[in-house]
Design a protein around this ligand. Structure first.
Ligand code: HEC
Length: 483
């Protein structure tokens, strides 16, 4: 409401973040947090056994990790912050207020992590044959593994906070935000999952890289499958722990979250897929431990695919069950604070939206005003013509009959009751009417719907922004995020 509305109608704002973030998480978990400890482990075994083959393999694996994490990994990581701050600046703003020092430390740790991986990779060959330097080099690897875990540990605090703010609602301190109820269980879950994914991906690469050294392959696979199997057990425990702390109302959302939207209708079988998938990964790890070197490479590859799909689905469900909030009980996914709702319902959202072009709705500007209301209240989740398009949703509901504004209005007024993941409509009655007239008009008109990046940014109306921040004593429930 305080920012221009960025919008990409073709892919939709949710999907834009999802594609970038899930790719990032896969790389981060499988190739950074989960794989770097393995590289240090293999390097150590090479030093201890004075066997150059371990060292050579570790270096080859690290090369892949180095290339992927410093290119796609780092870019998609920064991409999350770019896309999230364009799409929901209010939410990122609130999170920065709470986690200011967390962010500060995060950037330091991130820069250290990148410097460490550069140093670790680039000094590998020059220290290879110097025992003392080699030991120092190995320690560098341990530091690198620790730093890449710490980056994740900070971000997980923010993710947990967005689901359940815990005591922060009353205490409003950084520590209360950091140590939210979901923090440790989610950290445990992600750490163990990363170790399993790292193990599986290194197993797959080892398989590829040792085609001509079968005895050596068996030796490495034995170590890696023990490692992965042990973490898999820990993952099962962490998953149960995590599940226990998810608040009841979110658990109740899971069945809806996994069956909503046609393209994932197969997800109703999700529970079984999860159980079979994990059992398969467990079986592969076990077989590999019992008969190292004799498990077919395709089984490892399939295990990795199972883990990647599970991780993607996990992120999707996690985001879905948190809805309608973007920050639990504090801010809705449309970027509006729960506390601001009474004010917005009274005055209307357009009165307080800094960059809205229309403030007074008349009979003549109803459709354009409705478009602005849509932009402010629905466009974070819906496109007009693209993914999760409002035209598609309305067509599903009303088909080819004439879409009627008053019927749509009656639905929108109660949409949060019909679909838990949608926030209540925030505006006043005139705006609801205008929105519904606009939505009904879309049946005939597939008008292009662009965000501020294409339409241009209207001059901000700071007077209305000032009213937003005070002057209305009876409704002013504002409190700063952190005192
Ligand atoms: C937090 C995200 C979010 C916001 C904000 C949101 N929606 Fe939705 N809405 C969804 C999702 C996701 C679906 C699709 C569910 C599915 O396909 O099963 C949906 C479905 C719908 C449907 C079809 C409902 C049905 O029962 O089939 C309508 C109509 C709709 N939205 C209208 C709106 C309007 C109007 C607004 C703004 C006032 C809005 N939504 C705001 C996420 C949102």
């Amino acid at each position: 409401m305080d920012f221009p509305i960025f919008h990409i109608d073709f892919i939709g704002n949710r999907m834009l973040i999802a594609v970038d973030a899930i790719l990032h998480v896969i790389i981060n978990h499988a190739l950074a947090v989960g794989a770097l400890p393995i590289i240090a482990l293999l390097e150590y075994i090479g030093i201890r056994n004075k066997d150059k083959r371990w060292d050579a393999l570790a270096f080859r694996l690290l090369k892949i990790i180095f290339i992927v994490t410093t290119t796609v990994g780092a870019l998609t990581g920064v991409g999350i912050w770019f896309s999230a701050s364009l799409i929901n600046p209010a939410a990122i703003g609130s999170l920065i207020r709470v986690f200011f020092w967390g962010w500060f430390v995060e950037w330091l740790v991130f820069v250290s992590e990148v410097s460490l991986i550069m140093a670790y990779f680039l000094t590998w060959e020059s220290t290879r044959d110097k025992p003392e330097a080699k030991l120092k080099h190995w320690r560098l690897g341990l530091f690198l593994a620790a730093f890449s875990w710490i980056t994740m540990a900070i971000i997980v605090a923010i993710l947990g906070f967005m689901m359940d703010t815990g005591n922060w609602q009353t205490e409003r301190t950084l520590l209360a935000g950091l140590f939210n109820p979901m923090y440790f269980p989610q950290l445990g879950f992600r750490t163990t999952l990363a170790m399993v994914m790292g193990g599986m991906s290194m197993i797959c690469l080892t398989y590829l890289y040792t085609r001509r050294e079968l005895a050596f392959r068996s030796a490495v696979l034995e170590v890696l499958s023990k490692w992965t199997g042990a973490w898999l057990l820990a993952l099962a425990i962490a998953a149960i722990w995590y599940y226990q702390v998810i608040p009841g109302h979110m658990l109740a959302n899971i069945p809806v979250a996994v069956t909503t939207q046609e393209y994932v209708s197969w997800n109703s079988q999700l529970k079984w897929l999860l159980i079979f998938g994990l059992a398969f990964v467990g079986w592969v790890a076990w077989a590999s431990f019992k008969r190292p070197g004799q498990v077919h490479g395709a089984k490892y590859a399939l295990s990795l695919v199972v883990l990647v799909l599970m991780l993607g689905q996990f992120e999707r469900v996690r985001e879905f069950i948190r809805k309608p909030f973007i920050i639990g009980n504090y801010m809705y996914a449309n970027g509006l604070r729960v506390d601001d709702y009474p004010l917005l319902k009274r005055d209307g959202i357009l009165q307080h939206a800094t960059y809205a072009g229309i403030r007074e709705i008349t009979a003549d500007n109803q459709v354009s005003a409705g478009r602005e209301v849509f932009e402010q209240t629905c466009s974070r989740c819906h496109t007009v013509n693209g993914i999760n398009s409002i035209r598609g949703q309305l067509k599903n509901m009303y088909g080819d009959k004439r879409w009627q504004a008053d019927i749509i209005a009656a639905y929108v007024e109660n949409m949060h009751g019909a679909r838990y993941f949608m926030p209540p409509f925030p505006g006043n009655k005139t705006e609801l009417q205008a929105l519904s007239v606009y939505l009904a008009s879309l049946q005939k008109r597939a008008a292009a719907f662009n965000g501020a990046q294409i339409n241009g940014i209207p001059a901000p109306d700071f007077i209305s922004a000032a009213t937003h921040y005070g002057n209305i004593p009876d409704l002013d429930t504002h409190q700063g995020e952190q005192h």
